[in-house]
Design a protein around this ligand. Structure first.
Ligand SMILES: Cc1cc2nc3c(=O)[nH]c(=O)nc-3n(C[C@H](O)[C@H](O)[C@H](O)COP(=O)(O)OP(=O)(O)OC[C@H]3O[C@@H](n4cnc5c(N)ncnc54)[C@H](O)[C@@H]3O)c2cc1C
Length: 403
């Protein structure tokens, strides 16, 4: 028997992406007695992640509690204002963090930087073992735990967590189905250098057949921004392959004067835009997390933030069960977690679904609705407050974590 197969694992987390690594850290610091196996299933050939994420105030709060914010803060840019506009139409809305009594709506960090901070924090926890697997484990539900077969041998954990989109096939092998919607759009991601400093301003611009988000990044005199351009697959492919000058020209044409002019672009990467929601998030000794549980349209920047709120709540629920002498894979405990997270997940998925539908249509009625929506949002403080608080993740219950 290998060192991995002869141990009792409280948790085996399959997938060491953003969600998997973050959960390992949350659990490890919550209960030092928990023995956690983090199984990294990413192949060496995987393309590096060039995205940046807008971390909501609720995510920053969790990272602060975990003691990771100190290392991250200098690599982030604060979003202090959001400008929402619609190309070619009068409606627009401008949201100020200070107006909502917030110092920032959120902070933008490059995913690679976030992954590095997580990876550097892992070795500080002797109760986390990180291993590399060349193939995903074979799951075997057993009495009293979940079995899984690795090249290191047969193992068992009280709870196996499938973390990240790459793990969906494992869930499907167990008969868990997914509800899918393909928006027939691709998110083209790149970092830009703008003519002017962003001053903490993020832009969300609807273009008739998609959306452009510009998120402030640190560095280069605050002129760097992260672009997420949602558009039809064919056009995205053309733009990905275009030379930098043509790309900048096409982009600036869509941005208009509100968002300023882009001067430089770096590596461009495309992501298909789909909503993929698991029909079940838990079974006895099994839990789906992050993109394995819910993957949504990136327009509202909800995906990772929602997962962090899931992970904080999960950690709280599991910790309480542990203190009460109940095993972590107990179905009733896992169902308590699902109940606790149902409303917040439902809201985030609905918002991410409705925004692109409303702004993706060019019919007169939809145009009127979205212009009216933006004007209303601009004029009515309670509506603005609700939108801003939801975006900042402040409408969900705050989980009780070990300080
Ligand atoms: C274009 C776009 C923009 C987005 N913007 C935001 C945003 O602003 N805010 C937000 O909250 N959410 C955002 N999301 C959603 C967010 O990216 C996902 O929710 C998040 O990636 C989920 O992480 P995951 O670990 O569950 O799953 P996955 O997405 O499957 O994994 C996360 C990433 O980690 C990488 N990875 C996997 N294993 C490893 C490993 N071992 N080492 C290093 N890297 C690894 C993968 O390649 C993958 O890119 C965005 C999504 C897209 C497509």
């Amino acid at each position: 028997m290998s060192e991995v197969s002869n141990q009792h694992w409280h948790f085996a987390i399959v997938g060491a992406g953003l969600s998997g690594a973050c959960l390992a850290l949350l659990l490890a610091r919550q209960q030092s007695q928990w023995n956690i196996l983090l199984i990294d299933t990413q192949s060496h050939a995987a393309e590096p992640d060039h995205r940046a994420s807008a971390l909501s105030a609720s995510t920053v709060d969790v990272l602060q509690t975990m003691g990771l914010w100190r290392d991250l803060a200098t690599s982030t840019a604060a979003i202090t204002r959001i400008d929402v506009s619609d190309r070619g139409h009068i409606g627009s809305a401008s949201l100020e963090a200070s107006e909502q009594a917030l110092s920032a709506f959120g902070h933008v960090v490059e995913n690679a930087q976030l992954a590095t901070v997580f990876a550097q924090a892992l070795p500080a926890f002797p109760n986390i073992t990180r291993i590399k697997a060349s193939a995903p484990p074979l799951l075997k539900p057993r009495q009293g735990g979940m079995g899984f077969l690795l090249e290191q041998g047969e193992c068992q954990a009280d709870l196996v967590v499938l973390a990240g989109g790459e793990q969906r096939p494992l869930a499907q092998q167990l008969g868990i189905s997914y509800r899918r919607h393909d928006y027939q759009r691709v998110a083209l991601v790149a970092n830009l250098v703008m003519a002017e400093a962003h001053n903490g301003l993020a832009h969300e611009r609807f273009t008739g057949d998609g959306a452009i988000a510009l998120l402030p990044l640190p560095g280069k005199g605050d002129k760097r921004v992260s672009l997420v351009w949602t558009l039809a697959a064919e056009r995205a492919e053309e733009l990905q392959g275009a030379n930098a000058e043509d790309f900048i020209h096409s982009l600036n044409h869509q941005l208009g004067s509100r968002a300023g002019a882009a001067l430089e672009v770096d590596y461009r990467q495309c992501f298909p835009v789909k909503k993929i929601i698991a029909a079940e998030q838990v079974r006895s000794h099994l839990l789906l997390l992050g993109n394995a549980a819910h993957s949504m349209h990136p327009v509202a920047g909800q995906g990772f933030n929602l997962s962090v709120r899931d992970m904080a709540a999960l950690t709280e629920v599991l910790s309480k069960a542990y203190c009460d002498g109940v095993q972590s894979g107990d179905l009733a405990v896992l169902q308590d977690y699902v109940k606790l997270r149902k409303d917040d997940q439902g809201r985030a998925i609905a918002l991410s679904d409705k925004l692109p539908k409303l702004f993706g249509m060019d019919e007169t009625l939809a145009m009127a609705a979205r212009n009216l929506g933006l004007i209303t949002l601009d004029l009515l403080p309670p509506l603005r407050q609700g939108f801003a608080r939801f975006g900042a993740g402040l409408m969900a219950r705050r989980a009780q974590l070990r300080e």
